[in-house]
Unconditional design. Structure first.
Length: 366
């Protein structure tokens, strides 16, 4: 992926998440183990108290309903649910895949693991997979670090080219490590879900337990994330950076943690240093706007940019899954949308969600 290309072409590399699980003959998609976590208890407010123009908020919801593909919008301000709306038969308790917003959750897990000394960003990825060394055909794979993976600068093939290749294989990690890189590690950015799957697999090796079990003990339980499904590869590695199933309210909790520098209700969840480093642009992705999103950059598995002149950061998933954070307004907008469209329809849906945010929700914030 070259810098300076048309944003739509770039962003399509963001949209690999057409992972309709029935298409994945090799993907184990059983529900995860039942958890007893209680969902995070949000304080409920109303849009007037939280400083919103209610006419504009109502217009936003009307536009969302008319799209036919938006399932939910939850607007948080000052740490409280100001207003929320559900469509297409969905409700507060509805779960669905959040697609690649999962990558931003995975980033938080790595921040916790780094602080605990379980791993370090300068470690070589191949160190965790000695049994696959014999299958490596591109020697540059040996130079890929965890830091490269978490910044999407590893050189692993992009999703349009490689996503279904590795997810339809009998051994995802082997397929990724035996592939040919697109460029030298660390030299530029290319969005790749294959890279984030390696992150999940190596975290499992580093901590001696599954990514899900590590998350339950160190993140999900502390925050009330009741994950109902998360697929695994044929070797039992949880799908790195894709297809966690959550409610829209749960998605918003991640935004609240990052707006509060890693804190939730006075408790440290993610190291502050990690949050700060996560929201730094390590790769600029061109100057051409993506709809009403401009100045796009990429941090530690978070997208950065500006909308309506506001600096924002967001987890973004295929088809219109967003944890959209606006620090200067102390606001989070979490959305879920139809997740199973093709590349072009997913791109149109994401632009549509951003348009509603830009045209109605941001102007509504007084």
């Amino acid at each position: 992926m070259r810098f300076g290309v048309i944003m739509k072409k770039l962003i399509k590399r963001l949209l690999p998440h057409i992972s309709i699980l029935l298409l994945f003959s090799s993907c184990v998609s059983d529900p995860v183990e039942e958890t007893s976590f209680k969902s995070y208890q949000w304080e409920l407010s109303n849009p007037t108290i939280e400083g919103f123009n209610t006419d504009l908020i109502n217009s936003a919801f009307s536009e969302a309903m008319n799209t036919g593909y938006i399932n939910s919008i939850v607007i948080i301000r000052n740490g409280k649910i100001a207003v929320e709306k559900y469509f297409n038969g969905k409700s507060v308790s509805s779960y669905q895949t959040i697609r690649s917003v999962s990558k931003s959750f995975l980033s938080a897990l790595f921040g916790i693991a780094v602080e605990k000394g379980i791993l370090s960003l300068d470690r070589k990825v191949v160190d965790y997979f000695p049994e696959y060394q014999q299958f490596i055909t591109d020697s540059r794979i040996n130079n890929v670090t965890i830091d490269n993976l978490i910044k999407m600068r590893a050189g692993i093939k992009g999703d349009q080219e490689f996503y279904f290749t590795f997810t339809n294989s009998s051994d995802w990690v082997k397929t990724i490590l035996s592939s040919t890189l697109s460029f030298d590690p660390g030299t530029r950015m290319q969005y790749t879900t294959a890279g984030t799957h390696l992150l999940s697999a190596l975290l499992t090796r580093a901590c001696g337990k599954s990514t899900f079990d590590f998350a339950k003990e160190n993140f999900f339980g502390s925050c009330g994330f009741d994950v109902r499904a998360w697929p695994k590869d044929p070797q039992g590695n949880y799908f790195g950076g894709n297809d966690i199933n959550l409610t829209t309210r749960d998605m918003a909790v991640l935004g609240l943690i990052y707006l509060n520098k890693g804190m939730l209700d006075g408790n440290r969840i993610v190291p502050e240093e990690w949050v700060n480093k996560s929201l730094v642009t390590y790769s600029g992705t061109g100057t051409t706007p993506w709809g009403q999103w401009s100045k796009t950059g990429y941090g530690y598995l978070w997208w950065l940019g500006e909308v309506n002149g506001y600096k924002v950061f967001s987890g973004i998933g295929h088809g219109g899954q967003f944890v959209f954070c606006v620090p200067s307004l102390n606001m989070i907008i979490a959305t879920q949308s139809f997740p199973d469209g093709d590349w072009d329809s997913a791109d149109a849906q994401e632009r549509g969600v951003i348009s509603i945010i830009a045209n109605y929700i941001l102007p509504a914030a007084k």
